[in-house]
Design a protein around this ligand. Structure first.
Ligand code: SAH
Length: 357
């Protein structure tokens, strides 16, 4: 795998994926083509899986050949593996050779894609595999959209939901995440409420996102009922006191009219004590919220443990007693290292099953 960041000739042009119908129409006209080819290009990019202009059989042969190296913005499936619950993890190779992870999670009525927003992650949360490899670069909007189309094509089923819960911190890449959300909504056809942005929470960033007035589902990774423990688990929390984070969440609710989900990874005998459930309930009193408990998924570097089901239920009961809506998210894809927090583009995985590309 080459990790060179030198742009290839293909990356000097703005990739076509991620562009709107109007932009694509302008582009075809600038290439001396009639405007109706914009609509054709749009359909082939978003519905008919075009990976190169050569694929677009309705375009004149000579023009296709001339433009065959123009970047469409699609990645290659470098590797994929399927867990026993049918969750499928992909390592996708980007145009500069870097690898990211994406997960397709099928259920009876849905197909959810867990997308990465960055290559690696700078947050270094203690219990998360992605941060262990550090941060490499931000993804561009088309590299986010491509992940959704790749899963849609591979499953041969329309994607119903997208969660920004793969590698990276989406709020540190808003210039790509916001356009990707608009394109997934308008061009790929996924309702904004079926898109979830999950963040560790960073000063000023929640306000910045609120200003976009998106109707997406917004989730904040809380993971602790007090500042001291949160700082222990999430290094970036040192620069963002809990009271400031919660105040920003309240403002977010007021600005967007949408409630905030709080995610809470349950780590046995670290943050799953009944007193902590009580502390959390007090902290969230009066908040328009929903708490999503995520029993810890094991990673190699640290020796946290997942609480047993009695402890999880006891935590749930305390929150419910205090009128807090709560759900437990048992992550899918554990067998393929594709569950929440297990994503890292590892060498081991790359060698396990390599798809022909
Ligand atoms: N940077 C974003 C997205 C991260 S992944 C964020 O922090 O929200 C989505 C969720 O998975 C986050 O709540 C994250 O804290 C959680 N997570 C990370 N590692 C985990 C693990 N080992 N087990 C369970 N959940 C984990």
């Amino acid at each position: 795998m080459s990790t060179s960041l030198t742009p290839s000739p293909k990356t000097q042009h703005k990739p076509l994926l991620g562009q709107s119908l109007a932009e694509l129409t302008d582009w075809v006209q600038a290439q001396g083509q009639p405007s109706y080819r914009g609509k054709q290009l749009y359909q082939w990019l978003y519905e008919k899986s075009a990976r190169s202009l050569m694929d677009i059989s309705v375009f004149p042969k000579q023009w296709r050949e001339q433009m065959q190296d123009y970047p469409v913005g699609r990645s290659q499936i470098h590797y994929s593996s399927t867990a026993s619950d049918k969750t499928r993890k992909y390592l996708l190779k980007l145009s500069d050779g870097l690898i990211i992870e994406t997960v397709g999670i099928p259920s009876q009525k849905r197909l959810t894609v867990c997308v990465s927003s960055q290559v690696g992650c700078a947050m270094d949360c203690d219990f998360c595999a992605t941060g262990k490899g550090g941060f490499v670069r931000n993804l561009q909007a088309h590299e986010i959209i491509d992940q959704v189309l790749t899963v849609q094509e591979d499953f041969d089923q329309r994607v119903s939901n997208v969660v920004f819960m793969g590698m990276g911190e989406p709020l540190l890449n808003l210039p790509a995440v916001v356009p990707a959300v608009h394109s997934l909504n308008q061009d790929v056809g996924i309702g904004q409420r079926s898109l979830t942005i999950s963040t560790v929470g960073l000063p000023k960033k929640i306000q910045q996102l609120a200003q976009e007035k998106l109707q997406v589902t917004f989730a904040v990774s809380l993971h602790a009922p007090n500042q001291a423990l949160r700082e222990q688990l999430i290094p970036s929390a040192k620069h963002y006191p809990l009271h400031a984070l919660l105040a920003d969440c309240r403002d977010y609710i007021n600005t967007t009219g949408r409630r905030v989900t709080f995610e809470y990874v349950l780590l046995a005998e670290v943050n799953d004590f009944p007193e902590q459930a009580l502390e959390l309930s007090r902290m969230l009193k009066g908040f328009q919220t929903h708490v999503n408990l995520i029993p810890y998924n094991p990673i190699a570097e640290v020796d946290y443990k997942r609480p047993n089901s009695e402890r999880i239920q006891a935590f749930v009961d305390i929150l419910q007693k205090h009128h807090i809506t709560v759900s437990v998210r048992y992550s899918r894809g554990l067998g393929a290292d594709a569950a929440c927090g297990q994503l890292r583009a590892t060498q081991k995985n790359e060698q396990a099953v390599v798809m022909p590309s």
